[in-house]
Design a protein around this ligand. Sequence first.
Ligand SMILES: Cc1cc2nc3c(=O)[nH]c(=O)nc-3n(C[C@H](O)[C@H](O)[C@H](O)COP(=O)(O)OP(=O)(O)OC[C@H]3O[C@@H](n4cnc5c(N)ncnc54)[C@H](O)[C@@H]3O)c2cc1C
Length: 483
Amino acid sequence: MSRDYDVIILGSGPAGFSCAMQSAKFEKKALIIEANESYLGGTWINTGTVPSKALRETAGSIHRYTAQFGDEGRKPYERFRMRDVLRYKDRVLETQNSEIKDSLIKNEVDTALGFGRIVDPHTVEVTREDGTKKRFTADHILISTGATSQKPKEFEIDHVTVLDNRSILDIHYIPKRLVIVGTNIQAMEFATVFSALGTRVTVLSGHRSYMEFLDEEIREEFTRILEESRVSIFNRKKVLQVGPNPLRNCTEVKFQDKDTGDMHVVETELVLYFGDRKPNSGKIGLDELGLKTDKKGFISVDKNFQTAIPSIYAAGDVIGHPGLASVSFSQGRTASCHMFGITRFDTESAIPYGIYTIPEISSVGLTEDEARQQFSDVTVGKAYYRNLTKANIARTPRGMLKLVFETESLRLLGVHIVGNGACDLIHTGQAVLNFKGTARYFLDTVHNYPTYAEAYRVAAFNGINHMHKSGASYTSILGEEGG
Ligand SMILES: Cc1cc2nc3c(=O)[nH]c(=O)nc-3n(C[C@H](O)[C@H](O)[C@H](O)COP(=O)(O)OP(=O)(O)OC[C@H]3O[C@@H](n4cnc5c(N)ncnc54)[C@H](O)[C@@H]3O)c2cc1C
């Protein structure tokens, strides 16, 4: 039976975009349906990844400039204007938006604007904002509708003094004080971005700690960096009320300690709220199809991103963890490969995590604790940025790179970095890890000098020095039999 398309994709974020592009390369006919009638690219280009990173880029430049040339006794918010910072971000978005359109046109991917709902395993109905409806059929359907931040129950996001990840991108001035409610990755990214702009940042978290998935030493180093930047973090706090205090001309945030019940108030100019991300899986026809989600609404898929209905796939934030554009790209592509019978694509390899705080944090593979639980003998090697010529030249002395490897074989198990360039640097470690390489690679390879990448060599030597101190001879470690 002939259908309109080979694949219909709901949502034009990274999962949908990469599925469409890969399908087009396979010479398949693809249609992207996008509910937002103003722009393509989803959270990725318009409200999440790209704009927040463009904002970070300018804050990072200001931070480096201040570190290298001094602050003339003035705070960044007295020297730089938010208008210029946002203009930079807007230019980046313009380029990215036109690039996505051009790529879809060049690869002959069709687009239809409107809200998509799956009517049966091969049919999608699209409803436009003006109420008009149209149906399309396809052999395969990909759900890549993303996720949206949940709203707070205790107070309103008015987008004037209480903001979310969208409205923070449109503020007209750099605030002197900012309270961030939430401790997910994005909350920590914005905390360091505004701190770099001179803002006094307070983070109120409901959890016991933040970013607990990180290697413990990396988290400790990052905590020291936050302390130096005067970012205050209060854990186990519940925000009860946010409102204006006209007498003191500020906004007040009232919060309670979850353990002691003590009440506190903090004064601020702006509040930035990050709620949990809720999948956009309602109203798209899943119940009628009998397609299951978990309790939070995330769609269940197998390793090929196929749902229980063989013609329907799902990828990206709508399927849950880890909720990253980087991973969504790969998932959308894998789904397309599976739809069209290309099974050689390997998705089992270690996924890197990139956290765009200032400075960045990135990791791949096992943390030291995880490695010690799984392997009987583990060695750790560390390099501190303060000992790297590059960091000295760039005045970026804070940071460390940590290698975790199995002692006997020297096989690399994990790489963890906090410091400038971490999100780029990690890929050397990722390649060695995925090719099942050893720490010897870093010892035997010439690294450009001066670079941050040199930290790999320094950390590898640090690791084998520990082994030497524990009784192993250098010749046995570095000779043929070692690794
Ligand atoms: C502030 C912030 C910063 C971030 N920074 C990073 C980062 O630095 N690195 C990183 O890797 N990730 C980052 N992320 C996460 C990243 O943005 C998401 O993981 C990624 O965008 C998810 O891609 P997706 O394709 O699943 O969905 P999305 O990008 O959310 O796109 C989904 C699209 O589907 C559309 N849609 C929804 N319902 C329908 C429907 N029924 N019919 C048709 N269309 C529909 C939506 O309008 C939207 O355009 C960040 C997120 C936020 C919020």
